[in-house]
Structure formats: C-alpha cells, structure tokens
Design a protein around this ligand. Structure first.
Ligand SMILES: C[S@@+](CC[C@H](N)C(=O)[O-])C[C@H]1O[C@@H](n2cnc3c(N)ncnc32)[C@H](O)[C@@H]1O
Length: 455
C-alpha cells in the first residue's frame, strides 16, 4: 500500500525499530468480525459461524456476515471490525445506566452498548450529521431497542439540554482515521501532515461539551481509529491538565493490545493506562481507547422526566390493540403521539425543548381511522414481549421480504401477528384465515433467494 511520504517519516521517528513491522501490516489482510445480539435468539446458521471467538468480547467472532441475511436484517448479528469491538467492551455500561453515545453513526458502538443495557436504562445516541443519522436509526431499529432516543445534535446543544445527566459517555471521536487506511484506502485522500492537529481542535471542542454532561462519578470513554498522538495520548493529556477532576482507569490489555505511550504526549505515566491497538500486534485495525472517571463535585438537579400526552381516543385505540395481545403494557416506556405516530419514549428521558430529536424512542405504530397498526420496529423489538407470533419457514420469509402475500398450510388466529423465522422476529403480518398480508416496510423490500441470503 502506498502511504503518504510524511506519514512514513512521522511514524519512522515515533516507532523506531518497530516501524518496519508497522508498515508491513498495511499490506496484510483486513480482519472481518461480527457481534451477536444477546437480546435475540441464535439461529442454526449463526451457530455454524460462531467458531472463532474474539478473545476480548464474549459476543464477538472473527468472520464475515451477509447484510442480506435473515440474521442481519432481523438484528441478530452486527458486522464490526474486531478492533472496534474493544471500545464497547471497555465502555460496557451496567444495567439501568443513563448512557450517551455522542458520535454514534452508523451505530457499531451504539448496538454494542445496547447489548449490555439489555433494554434497561436509557441510551441517548447522537449523530451530528443529518445524512448519517438515518443509518443509525436503521441499526437501532433492527437491533430491537426500546430504551433509546436518537438525536441529531451538536455536542454544545446537548450539553445545554442535559447538564450533569449521564452516568457514562462514549466519545468515539471523528478523527484522521489513520487506523482505517488498510481497510479503506480512500481515507488516505483526506490526510495531510496537518490533518491530525485539525482533528484535535475539533476533539477538544467535543470533549469540552462532553464534560458538562457527566454526573459526578460518571465515566468517559474516549476512542479514535487513528495512530496520531495529537488525537490520542496528547488529547487525554490535555483533558487531564484542563480538568483535574478526571482520573484515568486502567484498561486490561489482551490479545496484543498495548499500553498507550506517555512519551508521545507530556510524559505523564498515568497515560499508559489507556490502550493502543496496532495492526502489526493484533488481529484488527488501529485504535486508541481511554477510560476516565469524573470526580466533579456539583450534584446536578434531577430533571423533569417525559410524560404521556395521548388523547383519550388514541389511548383507547392502543388499549384496544393491547387487548388483542397478551401484553399488559410496555415496561419502562411513556406513550407519546407525534402526529399519527405512537412512540414509546424511555421513561428515564428528561423533557428537552429545542433539541433535534430524530427518534424519540421506539416507534410503536400508527393511529389509523378507528384502529391501530403496529410497526416494524415493535416487531423487531418483540423477542421478550407477549405478542401473537407465528413461525414461518425460510421460503415464506423470502416471499415476505419481497413484499408478497403468502398462504399458510392451515388457518391461524386472525389479526396482526409477529412473524418469526428460525426464532427471530422479522416483522408483522396480518393473518386472515390462511392468508398472511404483508406489512414488511416497502422501502426495505428486495428479491431474496436462497443464495443471496446465506449468512
Ligand atoms: C468515528 S465516527 C463514529 C462511528 C460510530 N461510533 C460507530 O461505531 O459506528 C465519528 C462520528 O462523529 C461525527 N462527528 C463529526 N463531527 C462531529 C462533531 N463536531 N461533534 C460530534 N460528532 C461529530 C461524524 O459524523 C461521525 O459519524
């Protein structure tokens, strides 16, 4: 791989005798990986693929998964480069925490955080770029999250709305991307010798706002996919100098991860608690991760939490739908109507005015004239919910994702039913006798075959 000349000179100086092995790794092959979603059943096809476990993640495996497969479309697997999985493992939230993923699209780390929150607590996942936030929304929906609010905001606006609110914040920072040169050589076209310093300016701005949103005792996880010391050790050195209330926590180094390099910043020996991932030392691309605890003193005021705003006729329609199911209510959610759409907003979410909310929670369905139509998102989030379910086979699933109506061998209970294939909820169908009417979203339909959907 032809690397920029200044990049070579810089890392020859920094790495010394390790430089030849580092540069040789750029000509090595890119490792693929995937994570399994612990909130969804494991299919036989997944079991066959889950052979090479990633040593530092109990839900990670080496190998490639197909984006058209049942398992991917139903959110049971997520394709993620193995090094990137260290971030979710270090961030690992506890149940019921208030978590912010500040730079989140397309959602690799967000879905990893969701795996540990297991539908509890609150995840606010934010993406500043309005084009990229859509992919984040798709991935959160597929994953089946009911505890997530998606925002499309600047860190400064979020900090104004949610001061001192979060137990844990992940800043997977926009960076110079040097660690991705091997996987995505196009990333090199943006690189100049000054690019890391430019990225560092933006990272300092992001971190300045992040600090305002942490509660005392909260954790900050900072990660990049670059080798540049300006954005890695020097960023954490700056944070520690500017905010002495932060303390680094050690990251366990396994599978070839190494201590970060104090000598690449201000020499503070604490910096070696952070981790570096180099492609010549481990099976994955380049990353940097630091975990810090915040010892700030001021206890923030508890914010006012969201409340239900349904009109009586909307409540009646929703309750009518619940009566058809065995669901008593949805745990941890506050019901709100946004136009004709019903949302389940995580009950731990504060009232926030003037924030650009891309999705206020899980979209549960649509109020139609005199009836309620449940949504695709509800079906995908229904693994542990008592909704009517009907198992279909792979051939029927192929018809379903193509948008076709199909016939059952025997008639089933009439009404909206979650269709499952290999145990995975795949969407709603409306059963009338032996016929299943298709409610797979129009924009997602495709011509599925046995060949193009192999996991
Ligand atoms: C490394 S990527 C995030 C990858 C994501 N965490 C994942 O695992 O899928 C960084 C993200 O930060 C966003 N970003 C760019 N400028 C930003 C800013 N000033 N504040 C917050 N986020 C920003 C980018 O749009 C990009 O989506």
């Amino acid at each position: 791989m032809k690397l920029p000349a200044e990049f070579i000179t810089k890392y020859e100086k920094l790495l010394g005798t390790a430089a030849p092995a580092f540069f040789a790794a750029f000509d090595g092959s890119v490792e693929k990986g995937f994570r399994v979603n612990p909130m969804k059943p494991t299919t036989p096809a997944m079991r066959q693929k889950m052979t090479a476990a990633i040593p530092y993640s109990p839900i990670g495996y080496y190998g490639k998964v197909n984006g058209n497969s049942l398992e991917h479309l139903a959110g049971a697997v997520y394709s993620q480069e193995p090094s990137a999985m260290t971030v979710g493992e270090v961030a690992k939230p506890a149940l019921n925490e208030r978590v912010l993923d500040l730079c989140a699209a397309p959602g690799g780390k967000t879905t990893h955080l969701l795996s540990y929150l297991k539908q509890t607590g609150l995840l606010v996942t934010n993406e500043i770029n309005p084009k990229r936030v859509t992919a984040l929304g798709d991935n959160v929906e597929r994953y089946g999250a009911r505890n997530t609010v998606i925002t499309n905001e600047t860190p400064a606006h979020l900090a104004k709305a949610l001061p001192g609110f979060f137990d844990r914040i992940l800043v997977d920072a926009p960076c110079s991307g040097e660690g991705m040169f091997r996987k995505d050589p196009a990333a090199m076209q943006y690189w100049t010798p000054d690019y890391p310093a430019e990225c560092a300016t933006r990272q300092r701005e992001i971190l300045t706002e992040t600090v305002k949103m942490l509660r005392p005792g909260g954790h900050l996880i900072y990660s990049t996919c670059t080798f540049a010391p300006e954005e890695d050790e020097q960023m954490i050195a700056w944070l520690l100098q500017t905010y002495p209330e932060f303390e680094l926590e050690p990251i366990e180094k396994t599978a070839g991860m190494v201590d970060a390099k104090p000598e690449w910043a201000d020499g503070n020996p604490e910096l070696n608690k952070a981790a570096r991932l180099f492609p010549h030392l481990m099976r994955g691309e380049g990353h940097f991760i630091a975990k810090l605890v915040y010892h700030g003193a001021a206890e923030p005021k508890e914010p006012k939490l969201v409340r239900s705003d349904l009109k009586p006729e909307q409540r009646k329609l929703w309750e009518g739908y619940l009566q058809q199911t065995k669901l008593a209510a949805l745990p941890g959610l506050v019901l709100q109507a946004h136009g004709d759409q019903l949302y389940g907003v995580p009950a731990m979410m504060p009232v926030t005015r003037r924030l650009k909310i891309f999705r206020a929670g899980i979209q549960l369905g649509t109020f139609k004239k005199n009836r309620f139509e449940p949504s695709y998102a509800l079906a995908l989030a229904s693994t542990d919910l008592d909704l009517p379910k009907l198992a279909i086979d792979h051939a029927q699933w192929e018809k379903y994702v193509h948008g076709e109506t199909f016939q059952l061998e025997a008639s089933a209970e009439t009404g909206f039913t979650v269709l499952t294939c290999d145990g995975l909820p795949v969407g709603f169908g409306k059963v009338v006798g032996r016929t299943v009417k298709n409610f797979f979203p129009k924009g997602l339909r495709f011509l599925a075959t046995d060949e193009n959907t192999i996991l």
